[in-house]
Design a binder for this molecule. Structure first.
Ligand SMILES: [Zn+2]
Ligand SMILES: [Zn+2]
Ligand SMILES: [Zn+2]
Ligand SMILES: [Zn+2]
Length: 469
């Protein structure tokens, strides 16, 4: 067992070296190695230092499917470039002759089947089509980004409990053999299809919506972390099919690189999503939460502004205690939770309807009771974009708090999304209501688009404690 793992690792390192993985002088400066944090499985490690926002890896899919609103060759959206449909099947879109030519070696294998089924049934299921393209690419030995062998190696390492349940949906069993045929005209044997389907289902990535899916073998070795040190940079020029992985903070040589597999910012959704293919999340955040029985509550310590967490006092007694993680002060669990629940439910139910002075009071109470990293307020204010809420952003502490919370929890990815959202939705409205504040917000982006935490808090906020960040 051990030696087979060792040889799998060697194989993987040999194959990934062809795609620029390796020591500090390799193209990317990252390598696959044994991951102590993931029980001796494999992970990807930095072999040099990375600066925040620096590219770690740029890769393109081995196989992908885009919906008709995007060019299948470069993923340009239809509102940016005029798209034309394939004249044979009328199903796949391209922005140019060039993109069509580039995709033809793959599309020629599916085009007539798509044309054949369109009069009788719905357009091909995106997952099925991507699976088919994965098989075509593999069989035709077309050189793409990463090879399917990498995925095979990964599957070899998986324990039984981590294996996907077989996706034996009618789509796979019935449609694929009709849709995909051997060059001889006979259908591909079902067991072969199932083997490929298993790989596809375990490693697919969806982007934008379920009609856009891709398979990226080089990403298979990155482990998941609920607070990752990398993020996907979505808004790049160049070919939009580039999958760019970027450092979300400074990373030291030797650190393991983690991705967030889930694409959601909501922790409950995150864990639900992970359950579909990992039995439980093994990241250090989740392990710490499990080991200590933390309820992941973020209350504020009244003595030191530190974070008060509620944890198991003794799992066997099933009793909780509330403890400041910084100064160790103990709090009464019931009192903390009761007051916290009232404050949150008031904001949830009344905030939108309340007059301005009540809103201000609600926020004041919230700030007194909760630690700066509690995510609730940021999420709630996201949903209440009326005039008053915008005036409340006038409180630079509320605004900075939101920025910081989002950044801390979700990394720059969400931070950027929030920034975009402010620029697009809030600032234009705010210019009419409070031009000074609008200017303040605009300048806070343009002069320091990736604010550094110490300058962000040059104004002392009595409720802030930065030492726990
Ligand atoms: Zn194109
Ligand atoms: Zn076609
Ligand atoms: Zn986790
Ligand atoms: Zn304290």
């Amino acid at each position: 067992m051990h030696s087979s793992r060792e040889s799998v690792l060697k194989d993987v390192q040999r194959i990934t070296a062809k795609y620029g993985f390796g020591d500090k002088d390799s193209k990317w400066g990252i390598k696959v190695d044994r991951s102590p944090s993931y029980g001796g499985g494999l992970g990807v490690f930095a072999t040099r230092d990375f600066k925040e926002n620096e590219d770690i890896l740029v890769t393109q899919p081995y196989a992908h499917v885009t919906d008709q609103n995007y060019c299948d060759g470069c993923y340009s959206p239809k509102d940016v470039k005029k798209l034309m449909k394939c004249s044979r099947c009328g199903f796949v879109s391209y922005c140019s002759k060039e993109c069509q030519t580039k995709m033809w070696p793959i599309h020629k294998l599916e085009c007539k089947h798509i044309k054949g089924i369109l009069p009788y049934s719905d357009p091909p299921h995106a997952g099925m089509m991507c699976l088919a393209r994965m098989i075509y690419t593999h069989r035709a030995n077309i050189t793409r980004n990463g090879t399917l062998e990498l995925i095979e190696k990964l599957d070899d390492l998986w324990t039984k409990e981590n294996q996907m349940n077989l996706p034996l949906t009618p789509q796979y069993v019935n449609n694929i053999p009709i849709y995909m045929q051997e060059p001889s005209g006979s259908t591909i044997p079902v067991q072969t299809l199932i083997n490929y389907a298993k790989k596809y289902e375990s490693h697919k990535l969806l982007f934008k919506n379920v009609r856009n899916t891709m398979i990226l073998p080089l990403l298979g070795f990155f482990n998941h972390h609920c607070i990752p040190n990398t993020y996907r940079d979505n808004d790049r020029g160049g070919n939009n099919l580039d999958y760019v992985i970027t450092a979300s903070r400074d990373i030291k040589c030797g650190e393991e690189l983690f991705m967030d597999y889930t694409g959601t910012d909501n922790r409950i959704e995150k864990l639900d999503f992970l359950k579909t293919f990992l039995h439980k999340c093994l990241c250090s955040t989740c392990r710490e939460i499990n080991d200590t029985g933390s309820k992941e509550k973020y209350y504020r310590c009244h003595s030191c502004n530190g974070r008060v967490d509620i944890r198991w006092k003794s799992p066997s007694l099933k009793r909780y205690h509330a403890l400041c993680l910084k100064c160790g002060k103990e709090y009464n669990v019931e009192e903390l939770e009761k007051k916290g629940n009232i404050i949150k439910s008031n904001i949830k139910e009344e905030f939108n309807k309340a007059p301005l002075e009540i809103k201000e009071m609600m926020i004041k109470l919230y700030k007194e009771h909760f630690h700066v990293l509690d995510i609730f307020l940021a999420e709630e204010l996201d949903h209440s974009l009326d005039k008053d809420s915008m005036i409340l952003l006038n409180d630079p502490f509320v605004f900075k708090r939101i920025q910081l919370q989002l950044r801390h929890h979700y990394g720059p990815r969400s931070f950027t999304a929030y920034e975009m959202f402010l620029k697009k939705d809030i600032i234009p409205k705010l210019v009419k209501i409070n031009p000074d504040l609008a200017l303040y917000l605009i300048s806070s982006f343009t002069t320091d688009p990736k604010p550094n935490l110490s300058t962000l808090f040059s104004n002392p906020d009595p409720y802030f404690d930065l030492s726990l960040l």
